[in-house]
Each structure stands twice: as structure tokens, then as C-alpha cells.
Design a protein around this ligand. Structure first.
Ligand SMILES: NC(=O)c1ccc[n+]([C@@H]2O[C@H](COP(=O)([O-])OP(=O)(O)OC[C@H]3O[C@@H](n4cnc5c(N)ncnc54)[C@H](O)[C@@H]3O)[C@@H](O)[C@H]2O)c1
Ligand SMILES: N[C@@H](CCO)C(=O)O
Length: 367
């Protein structure tokens, strides 16, 4: 099989971005063998600059540089201290851009500018950063293969391959709880189902903190632990105040439930003000305090909320371990479908980005 080469640009080299580089490096032979694809990372960007090489960056060198906490823009020959992510895209025009910069729920930047530029240039996009989609899902979908919704991707593909090709692909499964297959389950595996309700634990940091508080650990120590593990947001108030979970619910509402939604549609309460007692008492009563994302069909639309909720211990979301996130779909015919993923660090989110890259390639190659 002749390998297909995909030129990759990666924005953001923190917990997720560096895990993506590590996986691409570790799996390069296996990806070639199993999928006939070679990913060539031609450009990377972090706060403070970029590194570029048309022939492919040396991933081992990048990983060692990040490990040593040195700026990649200072690397001789390939470092570009004054270059921003958008300039990198314009210069290199990669096949796929991977976006893993910090979440910004105010104006979406820098991710929104990067993703918009990429899609306008016909570059496929894979996001881990949920900010742009939480703010302007419809606007970005309109520039991509998702312009008519997920269902139409498959319908159209059969009848209008040519039309399809002019729209770059937009994938974002890592945005909704890392490796948890929320988007795939909702869009592909429950295709055609009448979804009545969705319940989820979409934030790993608060799940970790609540379970730690149950055992007597303080909120502050548990948050520091979550930060050390690389699962908290760059600004952890997004986690503890419920906004990260709300952003994921908004993306799910748009992509899976087909409801144009925004953050202001979600009734959000975080965990910051929960006392140790309010977390421990439910357990004594045979229940558990969980930060639940809920989409509930009322009439023709879904009501969205993120709320600390006491659940009975036999509920799938109450059974999650401190490292797990989970989602439960209730539909008219598939009574209940649930999934959980263990995410003790950033590697599962990186794996989700890889699965999206392969999804893009499969549909490009029609395999
Ligand atoms: N950490 C996780 O487990 C996880 C899981 C799923 C999704 N995500 C999402 O992935 C994204 C990255 O998370 P993280 O934990 O790696 O964050 P991080 O804070 O560890 O890293 C952020 C990276 O973005 C870079 N950056 C900042 N501003 C930039 C700019 N203007 N241009 C280019 N690069 C810039 C920083 O230099 C850094 O390399 C976030 O949007 C987060 O919500 C994280
Ligand atoms: N900060 C997020 C990372 C995944 O988006 C969490 O704790 O779930």
C-alpha cells in the first residue's frame, strides 16, 4: 500500500498537545501499517512562537524540548519566535490542523481565529479546545462538512462526493470529555433514535474533586492534584464553576441533539461552594453527589443544565470512579445506552484527536 501523507499543524503544546506528539511518535509505524497513513508534523505553535519544518519536525526533539520546559521557538533553524498560529497556517497550508490551545469562553481566541482561518482555507480541523464550538458552533459547522448536520454527512457522501470534497472536515470528539465517545455514540450509534434525555459527567476535574472530598480530602488539595495530573483547565475556575461542563453540553446539544444552543441556555452551578459535609452526607444515605450535565426533552426542545445532583448509588453516573467521566443516553427505543472512560491524564484526549484524524482520513479515502 502506498502511504498517504498528511501534513499536520498542531496548535498548543501543553498537556494535550505534548501527548498528541508522543502518540504520533510512538505509533508512526503502526499507523502506517494499519491505515497506510503517515502523519508529518510540519508546524507546531505555543504561546511565544512556533517551530516549522516542511520536511517534518523531529518529534523526539520537540518532546525533549517540552520536557525540559524550553520554548520550541528557540530551537535553532526551525524556531520562529515571532510567528503566531494563524501565520503558520497561512505559510504552510497543512492538510489538518489540530487545535489544543486554552479554552476562552469570552471571545474564543486564539482558537476561534485559528479554526476559522483553517476552515476558510479548506484545511481539515480537529479540536480539543471546546471554546470556539461552545461559542459559535453553527458558524464553524457552516464552513465545514457538517454544514447540514451530522446525518447529512453520510447521506450526502454517497450521492455527492464531489460537492463534499470542497468542504473541509471538522471533528471535535476530544472536546466532549476526551476519549468518552459522546459525539460518536450520539451521532453515529444512536442515529435515527429519538433521544429523550441525556445525563453526563463531562468534567473530570470536578469528578475527581468530589470523590476526593468524600474521603475527607480538602477541595483545595484535590484541585491541586487534578492540576498536577494535567486534567484541569489552564484556568481551573472553568472546571469548578461548571463552565467547562456547560461548554461540553452546549456542543453536544448542537452536534448530537440538533438544537442550536449557547452557553446562556444552560442553567449552571459549579461545585466551588459545596461543603465537605454536603458531599459526604449523601454517601451515608446511600447516594452520591455528582456534577450532572442534563439535557431533558420538554416538548419540542431540550432544557440544559449543569448542577450538583444527588444520585442513587446504582445510577451509572454514581458508580463512576474518581478518574472516570460518563454519559447516559435515554431514547424511545434504545432505553438506555451508557459509556464511561477513565481519564487520569491528558493522553485519552490526545487519543481522541487521533481517532478524529483517522476518521477524516477514512472519509477522504472513502474507506
Ligand atoms: N487536559 C485535558 O485532559 C484535556 C482534555 C480534553 C480537552 N482539553 C482541551 O485541550 C486544550 C489544551 O489543554 P491543555 O491541558 O493541554 O492546556 P495547557 O494549558 O497544558 O496547554 C495550552 C497550550 O496552549 C499554548 N498556547 C497558549 N496560547 C497560545 C497561542 N496564542 N497560540 C498558540 N499556542 C498557545 C500554551 O503555550 C500551551 O502550550 C484546552 O482547550 C482543553 O480544554 C484538555
Ligand atoms: N478540564 C477538563 C479537561 C477535559 O476537557 C476536565 O476536567 O474534564
Amino acid at each position: 500500500m502506498t502511504p498517504t501523507l498528511y501534513r499536520i499543524a498542531l496548535m498548543g503544546l501543553g498537556n494535550v498537545g505534548s501527548a498528541v506528539l508522543a502518540i504520533l511518535h510512538r505509533e508512526q509505524d503502526s499507523l502506517l501499517k494499519r491505515y497506510g497513513v503517515r502523519f508529518c508534523v510540519v508546524g507546531v505553535a505555543e504561546w511565544g512562537g512556533c517551530a516549522i519544518d516542511e520536511n517534518g519536525l523531529d518529534l523526539e526533539l520537540l518532546l525533549a524540548t517540552l520536557q525540559a520546559k524550553r520554548p520550541i521557538a528557540s530551537l535553532p533553524g526551525i524556531g520562529r519566535p515571532d510567528m503566531q498560529g494563524i501565520e503558520l497556517l497561512e505559510l504552510l497550508s497543512p492538510d489538518i490542523v489540530l487545535e489544543a490551545t486554552p479554552v476562552n469562553l469570552h471571545d474564543g481566541q486564539p482558537g476561534l481565529g485559528i479554526v476559522t482561518t483553517a476552515l476558510q482555507q479548506g484545511i481539515h480541523v480537529v479540536l480539543a479546545n471546546k471554546g470556539p464550538l461552545a461559542l459559535v458552533y453553527g458558524q464553524l459547522a457552516a464552513l465545514s462538512d457538517l454544514r447540514l448536520g451530522w446525518g447529512s454527512v453520510y447521506n450526502e457522501k454517497a450521492s455527492a462526493d464531489i460537492a463534499q470534497k470542497i468542504y473541509p472536515k471538522l471533528r471535535f470528539s476530544a472536546c466532549v470529555a476526551g476519549a468518552l465517545p459522546t459525539i460518536n455514540l450520539g451521532c453515529r450509534d444512536l442515529a435515527g433514535c429519538n433521544i429523550l434525555r441525556l445525563e453526563a459527567v463531562f468534567n473530570g476535574t470536578t469528578q475527581y474533586i468530589l470523590r476526593a472530598m468524600e474521603t475527607g480530602q480538602s477541595y483545595e488539595t484535590a484541585l491541586l492534584d487534578a492540576q498536577r495530573r494535567g486534567i484541569a483547565e489552564t484556568d481551573p475556575s472553568l472546571d469548578v464553576d461548571g463552565l467547562d461542563a456547560a461548554a461540553k453540553l452546549v456542543i453536544t446539544a448542537n452536534a448530537v441533539l440538533g438544537q442550536a444552543s449557547q452557553l446562556s441556555d444552560v442553567n449552571v452551578q459549579g461545585i466551588r461552594t459545596l461543603s465537605q459535609d454536603s458531599v459526604q452526607q449523601p454517601l451515608k444515605d446511600g447516594n452520591r453527589m455528582v456534577l450532572v450535565c442534563l439535557a431533558e426533552r420538554i416538548g419540542e426542545s431540550y432544557q440544559l443544565s449543569v448542577q450538583p445532583t444527588v444520585l442513587p448509588l446504582d445510577h451509572p453516573l454514581a458508580r463512576l470512579t474518581p478518574d472516570e467521566m460518563g454519559v447516559v443516553f435515554y431514547t424511545q427505543d434504545v432505553e438506555r445506552l451508557s459509556s464511561a472512560s477513565s481519564e487520569p491524564g491528558a493522553a485519552p484526549a490526545a487519543a481522541a484527536m487521533l481517532r478524529d484524524m483517522l476518521d477524516i482520513i477514512r472519509s477522504d479515502k472513502h474507506i
